[in-house]
Design a binder for this molecule. Structure first.
Ligand SMILES: Cc1cc2nc3c(=O)[nH]c(=O)nc-3n(C[C@H](O)[C@H](O)[C@H](O)COP(=O)(O)OP(=O)(O)OC[C@H]3O[C@@H](n4cnc5c(N)ncnc54)[C@H](O)[C@@H]3O)c2cc1C
Length: 244
């Protein structure tokens, strides 16, 4: 499957669609083994199946999951057992979007079609990590914690109470949360909290909403953090669908 990564990259278009011929050739197939609604907006989704065996996976790799029809959405496995064929990821439902509807209807025993796992942000560095972002980055943070990494987190969130509860359930303990405000008025406070955490040993993983990623990267650069100590990725952009 690794040799197929380049084909897969071309297969899923920028807006998350794919041709059915390509789908048959390159996709993995799995089955939902559990759907755990750990809060009103978050589901832990467990997958299993022969098709998940033999995958090459590391924390930070991404997975593209087929919704209804030929559209895909991107998630980050928290764990992947390539020997026994199982994986788990955390999905956040921000609204009545294709992924929100898919999550709502998902049941154990449902079949799923997947691309990946494959590299997204490279987490193969040593030392402590600060993960900054939002609800979509809880899963990647949990993956790093599960891999035994030293992780601190800073997230902008819609509901701090729900987020704190979810993070505790997925094992992410060292967390600061900043409630979202209209027109990103909380960004100055968020950036100030991140620069207050700057430490020469740390690598920064910054993902989530595109504008927030840009703002936080600017703040880190202002503190002299070199590009080699940052892993950055926009996970979603207002008005765009199926960002990969
Ligand atoms: C590499 C990568 C890894 C990711 N890993 C995860 C993960 O582990 N867990 C996870 O939950 N998400 C993850 N995401 C983010 C997820 O793929 C997007 O949020 C995706 O857009 C959700 O699909 P959708 O059908 O809900 O919305 P879409 O149909 O894609 O988008 C519709 C509109 O919804 C808005 N929107 C999209 N996402 C959000 C959001 N989070 N909050 C508020 N508004 C939003 C935008 O305005 C967008 O135009 C990841 C994304 C990438 C690129």
């Amino acid at each position: 499957m690794d040799g197929m990564a380049a084909d897969e990259r071309r297969a899923v278009t920028k807006d998350g669609f794919i041709s059915s011929a390509v789908l048959k050739l390159l996709a993995r197939r799995g089955e939902v083994s559990a759907v755990d609604a750990i809060s009103p907006h978050f589901k832990l989704i467990a997958l299993k199946g022969e098709g998940l065996k033999g995958a090459s996976w590391a924390p930070g790799h991404k997975l593209q999951v087929q919704m209804r029809g030929l559209s895909f959405r991107t998630y980050t496995p928290i764990v992947w057992d390539s020997v026994n064929g199982s994986a788990r990821f955390l999905a956040y439902a921000h609204g009545d979007s294709p992924a929100g509807k898919w999550m709502k209807d998902l049941r154990p025993g449902d079949g799923v079609t997947l691309f990946g796992p494959r590299r997204s942000m490279d987490m193969s560095f040593d030392g402590p990590v600060i993960v900054a972002g939002d609800e979509t980055v809880f899963g990647p943070a949990a993956g790093l914690v599960a891999a035994g990494r030293e992780v601190r987190c800073l997230f902008e969130v819609t509901d701090a109470g729900e987020s704190r509860d979810v993070l505790a359930q997925i094992g992410v303990g060292d967390v600061r949360l900043v409630p979202r405000e209209a027109d990103d008025a909380h960004h100055a406070a968020l950036a100030a909290m991140l620069t207050g955490m700057v430490d020469g040993r740390v690598t920064y993983v910054v993902a989530g909403k595109g504008a927030t990623v840009q703002r936080l990267v600017r703040a880190l650069r202002g503190e002299g953090v070199p590009a080699g100590r940052m892993r950055t990725k926009a996970y979603w952009l207002p008005g765009k669908t199926g960002i990969d």
